[in-house]
Design a protein around this ligand. Structure first.
Ligand SMILES: *Cc1c(COP(=O)(O)O)cnc(C)c1O
Length: 459
């Protein structure tokens, strides 16, 4: 694997430009001990070889996507300043960039006004969403589907909000009838709707949930940490499209630029439709906020110090690759989705595998056919291992048996869940590499399945 290094030269040029802004300051002598740096840095490089090859198309496992060149360069460039977006005192330019970049994300979801900011990731963004929800609906229950991210129940523990999970239908989406029953029986303050579950990329039926909202009145917090950017693509199925089309009606939205937004880790985003929730964040900092009467982002954020570099990288990325339907960014997401649909078709036409329904985003999860759930799980783990030996890196996940009851397949359920193979086809190159990915999956599966059969006969 060759790492992209061509763009590094630009960093020198940009650093010289940055320097020009401070030319009137006296020079400070500071030259690093290059030999010492070199020794440690090369050690680091060697140690970092102990990783899966995340940037390579043969890595088709977890939610890992390399940051784009502009994000990497802009982030690195900004480190010579190291702005802190807590206050304008700590990062004037980068705070302005954050406000612009976040407004662009809000606009992508259809919001002309909003309150929002960047934070360390989806967990923190969801914490703020539920913290605001809990303030506005004190002591009322928060519910999320049992396929929602585990962070929601844990956050409710932190916030001391009562939490309950809602069963899913056979496609891992929140079961609306079950939600309705809960609403009739209980005082529900907030429904967390996931557009793009972490396990399978399933989309909760937002249009139906909005209908229930008009009847029962609750807040809707949308967790689109993974799926949010798919609002831009042109190849969603009708149901998924319908959910994204009404996303702007929810009260708060989480999206992770460090998942599908081409950013390095440390970049999540929380957005509120009603800017007046900002009053809940009110505090008097005796230390900061002296340089300007204008809004300091620390006044609307639970975290204090925050990396201005994350905002710089995001702003630069969106300048180069605007968040618009039909744009280059949207086209590359559509390619990921196409790759997932192509893999789905191949799996569906292969009698060794069982796959339920087409992916709603770009995550594909499938089962190895076998006489029992335990044997199928064992084979999935074997294939996972054998594929890695051939440099093809998949992921595995456990899914509950309820998700497979409508497949029409006879499975002996000797355990309540099944280990599945899982792939997040997040890189646009995955589409171009799909034939090679499939070839490897095909050959390792043959090896593992034949191995299993010969053991069966040997016994
Ligand atoms: C990844 C993810 C989270 C957690 O976000 P982090 O950035 O890992 O903290 C929450 N919800 C969903 C749906 C996710 O996919």
């Amino acid at each position: 694997m060759i790492l992209e290094k061509e763009s590094l030269g630009l960093l020198q040029e940009a650093l010289a430009r940055l320097e020009e802004g401070f030319h009137n300051l006296p020079k400070v002598d500071r030259s690093p001990n290059l030999d010492a740096l070199r020794t440690v840095l090369l050690d680091v490089a060697e140690w970092m070889q102990d990783n899966y090859p995340y940037p390579h198309p043969f890595y088709v496992g977890q939610m890992l996507k390399p940051p784009t060149e502009i994000a990497r360069l802009a982030y690195t460039l900004s480190l010579w300043i190291n702005p802190n977006n807590h206050a304008l005192d700590g990062g004037r330019a980068s705070s302005a960039m954050e406000r612009e970049a976040v407004a662009e994300i809000a606009k992508m979801f259809g919001w002309e006004t909003h309150l929002g900011h960047l934070c360390s990731g989806g967990t923190m963004a969801n914490l703020e969403g539920l913290w605001v929800a809990g303030n506005l609906q004190p002591n009322k229950k928060v519910v999320a589907s049992n396929q929602a991210h585990y962070t929601h129940s844990r956050i409710c523990g932190v916030l001391r909000l009562p939490f309950q999970s809602v069963p899913c239908d056979s496609r891992a989406r929140m079961d609306v009838a079950a939600l309705k029953k809960l609403l009739q029986e209980d005082d529900i303050g907030t429904v967390v709707v996931t557009l793009g579950t972490t396990g399978t990329g399933a989309i909760d039926p937002l249009p139906e949930i909005l209908e229930l909202q008009s009847q029962y009145g609750f807040r809707i917090h949308a967790d689109t940490a993974y799926g949010g950017y798919f609002i831009l693509v042109d190849n969603l199925d009708a149901e998924t499209r319908a959910a994204f089309d009404c996303l702007k009606q929810v009260d708060s939205i989480v999206v992770d630029p460090h998942k599908h937004g081409l950013q390095p880790y440390g970049c999540g985003c929380i957005l509120f439709k009603d800017p007046s929730v900002g009053k809940l964040y009110k505090h008097d900092s005796p230390y900061t906020y002296f340089s300007s009467e204008k809004l300091h982002l620390g006044e609307i954020s639970l975290e204090c110090s925050r990396p201005g570099s994350a905002a710089v990288a995001l702003w630069a990325t969106q300048r180069l690759l605007p968040l618009i339907p039909g744009g280059q960014f949207a086209a590359s997401l559509s390619k990921s989705r196409k790759a997932a649909l192509t893999l789905f078709e191949k799996l569906q036409n292969d009698s060794r595998f069982l796959i339920q329904s087409p992916p709603q985003l770009d995550i594909v999860v499938w089962v190895v056919k076998s006489q029992s759930a335990s044997e199928s799980s064992r084979l999935a783990k074997e294939i996972f291992k054998a594929a890695a030996e051939e440099n093809l890196h998949l992921a595995i996940t456990n899914l509950p048996k309820e998700l497979f009851l409508e497949t029409g397949e006879e499975i002996n359920w000797d355990q309540d869940s099944i280990t599945c193979l899982r792939s997040c086809l997040m890189k646009p190159e995955h589409l171009d590499w799909l034939d090679r990915i499939w070839q490897t999956l095909d050959s390792v599966t043959t090896k593992v399945v034949i191995g299993a059969v010969s053991i069966l006969y040997a016994v």
